[in-house]
Design a protein around this ligand. Structure first.
Ligand SMILES: Cc1ncc(COP(=O)(O)O)c(C=O)c1O
Length: 313
């Protein structure tokens, strides 16, 4: 997806021009992958625009930084206001928001502690992420997800996405939209950038955090919506073959939103169409973010922007 530049990027407390948001090639992050980041969506509603679960995303950024002993010079509240200021200054909605904190130009060598922490936030228009209008055709990847006690899956760290890149490239090279990785024990984990849900006999299943998944904010939103809709939810380790016999399957993620899976490894998921539980959750999710249902969980932070044309589902 090409990047559409906007006017400003937030850098360490100031708005700077998009073109000036550059770093030195000797920055620690370039060599050792020492970044933590977030991906957040701002949606438009009939009366304006709202950022989805901003505080939860910024709390996860703070958690990711803490895991990596990276002192964030801003509180969650300060980062949330920075995002609102940026989106309002750039006047782009709907949009995708990318906060990132990393170890900058300081010392060479693996130890990051003497390299300064830089924080940037950018936002730009972004539409659909997982290709396929009638559901995604995905595969099980030959790559495993991060083993426990190697790279922490609960940290949304740049370096983790080298693993995601392998999964995604392999899938696309082989003609699939996305790959699903197993964990090191062969249980289902997640997509390269999405959490995984299955439905079987009316029960909604998702893989637990112990199977090397990111604690997705869309995942938690869908679990909340499922409880509200009276759907039975089970978080448990799942064998790969559950994918092949599932009645429904879908991905969740900020980028992927709620994307139903049509097939896995060329085996249709039921008849390949979006099933009733996925449809109910998809509708409940989009009704809230699009302002068609009350925001009963206070998931949206309002922003004052002139609303542009919608760029995606
Ligand atoms: C590896 C991975 N899993 C799951 C998710 C979904 O998380 P969220 O719903 O918070 O975007 C993402 C996206 O951030 C991801 O990169």
């Amino acid at each position: 997806m090409p990047i559409t530049p906007t006017k400003h990027i937030w850098h360490n407390g100031n708005l700077i021009a998009w073109e000036q948001a550059n770093i030195h090639v000797m920055s620690h992050v370039v060599h050792y992958g020492s970044s933590v980041f977030e991906g957040i969506r701002c949606y438009t509603q009939p009366n304006g625009a709202g950022i989805f679960r901003l505080a939860e995303h910024m709390q996860r950024l703070a958690d990711s930084a803490k895991i990596y002993r990276m002192p964030l010079p801003y509180s969650v509240e300060q980062l949330c206001s920075a995002v609102v200021d940026l989106v309002e200054a750039n006047e782009v909605a709907p949009c995708y928001i990318r906060p990132i904190a990393f170890r900058g130009y300081g010392e060479i060598g693996v130890n990051p502690l003497k390299s300064p922490v830089d924080v940037y936030i950018a936002n730009f228009p972004w539409g659909k992420y997982v290709p396929g209008n009638d559901g995604a055709d995905v595969c099980v990847s030959s790559w495993n997800r991060l083993a426990p006690n190697t790279m922490p899956s609960l940290a949304k760290a740049g370096a983790n996405y080298m693993n995601s890149q392998l999964i995604r490239m392999e899938a696309e090279v082989n003609g699939y939209s996305e790959g699903i990785a197993l964990d090191v024990n062969g249980y289902l984990s997640e997509g390269s950038g999405e959490n995984l849900f299955l439905v079987r006999n009316g029960v909604l299943y998702t893989t637990p955090l112990a199977n090397s998944v990111l604690s997705g904010i869309t995942r938690s939103s869908v679990l909340t919506l499922a409880k509200h809709l009276g759907i039975e939810v089970v978080e448990q380790a799942l064998p790969r073959e559950m994918l092949y016999i599932a009645d429904e399957a879908f991905f969740t993620g900020t980028a992927a939103e709620v994307t139903h899976l049509r097939s896995v490894d060329r085996i249709l998921v039921a008849d390949g169409k979006m099933g009733p539980i996925t449809s109910a959750l998809h509708k409940a999710f989009f009704d809230i973010v699009n302002g068609l249902a009350p925001d009963r969980y206070n998931w949206l932070t309002p922003v004052k922007v002139r609303v542009a044309e919608n760029v995606g589902a």
